[in-house]
Design a protein around this ligand. Structure first.
Ligand SMILES: C[S@@+](CC[C@H](N)C(=O)[O-])C[C@H]1O[C@@H](n2cnc3c(N)ncnc32)[C@H](O)[C@@H]1O
Length: 480
């Protein structure tokens, strides 16, 4: 059949096999049960034999269906998407609608009781894929590299704002599925290349490098989709250290990563050390930490290995390996590198446990810029700069009822990273007046007079107090 992907895409859309269509058909109960790997409610919700229910059963739930006469079964069998046995049609792949409006093709999901995963399993788009996609800068990009493209999902997010996309993967099967994902999503022109790390793009430069890498830290590389075979967290470390060589001037690299917490070592030093010497500005965010047992369980569950005869042995092996390395925990997070061109690069390493405004990619460039400005502005330049309170910052005052002065003043961001910070009366006063009209110096002089403080002393103290507030995005420097 000519142009099978285009015809199939049309059919999927006509049938309503879209993210909204699937959500609506499954409803909350079946969808949440599926998140717990329970398929029974979803199978009940799709038992009518109508086209949408049939496609959900086939490509989302992986259940065999009666051969539908409205589906071009033979060409789809030939293309490796379906198989026919005993008059029943079953899926050879997982084919899911994605939030961009496109489709993602991967290997079938494994659930408890399924046969063991193959080593070169191609994982479908999931939570980590969505996390990276929401983190990536929304700026239009010229040349983009998606390293470890897998099912190709990041390309679906990047296609509209990139001039040129190179997607690499060490797994040849992944590239085949990625090509199908792109074709079904109406995306063409992606340059797909096979190879490890930056090998396939040696000598090239990119404006944006993104990677949801095989970050899982385990005793041995059993599954390519999540484990690189590099020692411990060495793959993410090497990715970070090598990336700057492949960035164009002003380029950005964004990735998800896992890192070890080792007894006697601050994780900030470990991960900060990966970025030191890269010449790039950097932002490392730890979003979660798991203890070794939680971590091993998570990934054994991910490969549906709970309840298998090898479960206990694999679990014990994993824990023994962590113990030998004195691992106390495993951090999950984001790493962003930006080639700012500065001779004095800055790296911010922090923990962010709170809910943040999504997508972070909508303001990640601003976050990097604020960290850079706060680091590089001299005190004199800061005193001469016009500060603006960031949009959405509110003030909270608490103290004993009736007291003249609050005992605690907090500035809270209702936008972006939703940070909170406890401040003194001078910073609070500045938050009330900083609208970009006057430089900081004269504002401090006025505050000194009003609060009966020594003006020159305030000029010395204020930059030190304000620098972190600028780095954390409570104040911006006006460029107007
Ligand atoms: C977690 S999956 C990410 C897939 C997809 N990009 C996403 O966001 O969902 C990691 C991918 O990295 C690939 N990979 C594993 N080792 C690699 C290596 N040494 N070099 C490049 N890619 C590798 C795997 O085959 C897999 O497709």
């Amino acid at each position: 059949m000519r142009d099978l992907p285009a015809r199939l895409r049309e059919l999927l859309l006509e049938t309503g096999y879209t993210l909204d269509g699937v959500r609506e058909r499954l409803g909350t109960v079946a969808a949440t049960a599926l998140a717990r790997e329970e398929t029974t409610p979803a199978l009940r919700a799709t038992r009518d034999g109508d086209p949408l229910g049939t496609l959900i059963r086939l490509w989302w739930l992986g259940a065999p269906v009666e051969a539908p006469d409205w589906l071009p079964v033979d060409p789809l069998v030939e293309a490796g998407l379906l198989a026919v046995q005993d008059g029943l049609v079953s899926a050879k792949v997982h084919l899911q609608p994605w939030e961009t409006g496109g489709y993602v093709v991967s290997d079938r999901k494994v659930r408890p009781g399924d046969p063991a995963l193959r080593e070169d399993h191609v994982v479908g788009a999931g939570g980590a894929s969505a996390n990276l996609a929401q983190l990536v800068s929304r700026r239009p990009a010229g040349r983009v590299l998606d390293l470890g493209t897998g099912c190709g999902v990041q390309v679906l997010h990047l296609a509209e704002r990139a001039r040129e996309i190179v997607a690499t993967d060490v797994n040849r099967r992944a590239l085949r599925m990625a090509r199908l994902s792109w074709a079904l999503s109406g995306i063409d022109g992606v340059d797909a290349r096979q190879g490890s790390l930056f090998e396939p793009v040696e000598g090239e430069r990119f404006d944006l490098v993104v990677s949801n890498p095989p970050f899982v830290i385990s005793p041995r590389g059993r599954f390519t989709y999540r484990e690189s075979g590099f020692e411990a967290d060495g793959f993410c470390r090497d990715l970070v250290r090598l990336a700057p060589r492949f960035l164009s001037q002003g380029g950005t690299c964004q990735l998800l990563a896992n890192w070890l917490h080792v007894e006697g070592e601050d994780w900030r030093d470990r991960v900060g050390g990966w970025l030191a010497g890269t010449g790039c500005d950097g932002w490392v965010v730890q979003r979660d930490v798991q203890d070794p047992a939680e971590y091993a369980e998570l990934w054994l569950r991910d490969a549906a290995e709970q309840g298998t005869p090898r479960y206990r042995e694999l679990y014990d092996d994993w824990l023994g390996w962590f113990e030998a390395m004195k691992v106390t925990g495993i951090g999950f997070g984001w790493i962003t590198l930006h080639d700012s061109g500065s001779l004095d690069p800055v790296v911010r390493v922090e923990e962010l446990g709170q809910r943040v405004e999504l997508p972070v990619g909508g303001y990640v460039d601003e976050v990097l810029a604020s960290v850079g400005v706060a680091h590089r502005l001299t005190d004199e330049e800061l005193l001469g700069a016009r500060l603006v309170l960031a949009e959405g910052v509110v003030e909270e005052r608490t103290g004993p009822p009736g007291a003249e002065d609050p005992s605690r003043i907090v500035l809270r961001q209702t936008r972006g990273l939703c940070r909170t910070v406890r401040v003194g009366t001078v910073e609070a006063a500045l938050a009330g007046v900083c609208d970009g009209d006057y430089p900081l110096g004269p504002l401090l002089a006025a505050i000194a007079e009003l609060t009966d403080q020594d003006a020159s002393d305030l000029r010395v103290r204020a930059p030190e107090a304000l620098r972190p507030l600028i780095a954390e995005g409570f104040f911006h420097i006006s460029t107007a």
